[in-house]
Design a protein around this ligand. Structure first.
Ligand code: KIV
Ligand code: ZN
Length: 514
């Protein structure tokens, strides 16, 4: 007998982006969306269109360019929000308006300052308006897990009657407990007379570390859509992690009577891309996508795996895309081999010029590093391409001198458009000296919110990937730079962030007062 479909609704670009600092530019959003489409997620929530012009454009760009996944925009239950969401997704092959209003006593009384009857009325009007703009409408009972059951039933029934085809019952504050939450979904489906006309969805936050457990319990209660994010990114402690949900359902197919359409081999590439763009590293012991997730250290385990893999492995690393550390290419590899490997990794170039530029970068890297791994190739192309605009900064050369007993000193040649500057600066450390030197020219008036370095592969020859997060007037950008020399990578990342700040619009929704 065939299993029920479990709809995977990815909200990395909306709830994930609401993590402080995880802001993405619209072109970064599109890159993530393309990979989500390749991952075969059913619905991509691309953003909160009303939050800022940047958010609107981000949702629109994703909606206009994604073909295989449905593209959703979030909207509060207000006319302005819903119309803006409708406008943003108008060009989508398949769109969705996701409207929400809080339904718990504490939210209605203190946040909305509205009587329950008014909330009910607003929900109905909002769903009707959304339906007049889009044939696919999702309605969320914000703080649903703390709502009174009878009220949750009434508003759910009314929303379905008004035209919502998906009803989402979020555990907004991560308070739910699996048995109780699964039971809530089951009782709701049983009690609402028209529940057969909608898909029930869950959206769990991870404040108690229970987001995935709660989501899976809800599936047992009848939920057929899970809202989740890559790497569990999201507000506060994050959302249910897509990779954990998908692999739990697949690995324990004996328990869960549902199946997803996800192409799991794209999970690790998606995790890497999101981590690289947001600057949020993945902890080594993170399930599925952590570097240690499939590493067996204990001799007993290694022995067992060698004799019979299933003794200690419940999933196969390659099934979730862990081929990324395979040794592939070196200095003598030709253009055809490099191009073929890019293709195998699903990396597509817009034109010959872009491929040529990537090949040049590959050769430069191969001169510094003997063994080029898949992860190196991915980083090579995932560097933001921000040097195209006329007044963009680009690095010509960098020299740094440092040693015990003297202040580190950086000497930089920098181009801005056609103008070249040579600057020097001292700093508290080598990186500080580099950033101060760049700032002598840039005078960007930005705040440095994050500086982090991650090794792309293993060993001292590995490329370091640096993330620099800058903030200015509420706008946040994450610049990245990779190089076998961490100081060069730092300079590249700072310059990338400056270029992002002056080009692509991106804003953290919460900072825009939404
Ligand atoms: O956590 C939440 O309740 C949400 C809703 C807007 C779906 O993100
Ligand atoms: Zn949420």
């Amino acid at each position: 007998m065939s299993k029920d479909k479990l709809v995977i609704f990815d909200t990395t670009l909306r709830d994930g982006e609401q993590s402080p600092g995880a802001s993405m530019t619209k072109s970064e959003k599109l890159r993530v969306a393309k990979l989500l489409e390749k991952l075969k997620v059913d619905v991509i929530e691309a953003g909160f269109a009303i939050a800022s012009p940047g958010d609107f454009e981000g949702v629109k760009l994703v909606a206009d360019n994604i073909v295989d996944s449905r593209v959703a925009s979030l909207a509060r239950a207000t006319e302005k929000d819903i119309r803006r969401a409708g406008e943003a997704i108008a060009g989508a092959n398949a769109g969705r308006i996701h409207t929400f209003i809080a339904t718990s006593p504490i939210h209605m009384k203190y946040k909305l300052q509205m009587e329950p009857e008014k909330v009910l009325e607003r929900a109905i009007d909002s769903v009707k308006l959304a339906r007049s703009l889009c044939d696919d409408v999702e309605f969320s009972l914000e703080d649903g897990s703390r709502s009174e059951f009878d009220f949750a039933c009434r508003i759910t029934e009314a929303a379905i009657k008004a035209g919502a085809s998906t009803i989402n019952v979020p555990d907004t504050v991560g308070y739910g407990e699996p048995e109780e939450y699964g039971d809530l979904i089951r009782r709701l489906i049983e009690a609402v007379p028209n529940s057969d006309q909608a898909i029930f969805s869950v959206h769990c936050h991870n404040d108690l570390g229970l987001a995935v457990a709660n989501s899976l319990a809800a599936v047992q209660g009848g939920a057929r859509q899970i809202e989740c994010t890559i790497n569990g990114l999201g507000e506060r402690a994050g959302n249910a992690s897509l990779e954990e949900v998908v692999m739990a359902v697949r690995t324990r197919a004996d328990i869960y009577d549902v199946e997803t359409s996800i192409d799991a081999t794209q999970i690790v590439p998606a995790s890497r891309l999101v981590s690289s763009i947001t600057g949020f590293p993945v902890q080594p012991n993170k399930a599925i996508v952590g570097v240690n997730a499939f590493a067996h250290e204990s001799g007993i385990h290694q022995d067992g795996v060698l004799k019979h893999r299933e003794t200690y492995e419940i999933m196969r690393a390659e099934d979730v895309g862990w081929n990324a550390n395979r040794l592939v290419l070196g200095k003598h590899s030709g253009r055809a081999a490099v191009k073929a490997r890019f293709e195998e990794l699903g990396i597509v170039f817009a034109d010959q010029e872009e491929l040529d530029a990537a090949f040049v970068r590959f050769k430069e890297l191969a001169d510094k590093k003997h063994e080029i791994y898949d992860a190196d190739l991915q980083i090579l192309v995932s560097q933001s391409r921000t040097e195209d605009s006329a007044d963009a900064f680009s690095l010509v050369s960098l020299e740094v001198s440092t040693g015990s007993g003297r202040a580190p000193r950086a000497s930089i040649r920098l181009m801005r458009g056609e103008i070249e500057s040579q600057i020097e600066s001292e700093g508290d450390g080598a990186v500080d000296a580099i950033f101060k030197a760049i700032e002598q020219v840039a005078k960007s008036d930005t705040n440095l919110e994050l500086y982090s370095v991650n090794a792309v592969t293993q060993g001292t020859e590995a490329q370091g990937e640096v993330t620099v997060r800058l903030e200015k007037d509420g706008r946040i950008v994450n610049g990245t730079g990779a190089d076998t020399d961490i100081l060069l990578a730092s300079a590249k990342a700072y310059i990338d962030a400056l270029n992002l700040m002056q080009s692509d619009s991106s804003a953290h929704p919460q900072r825009e007062g939404v």
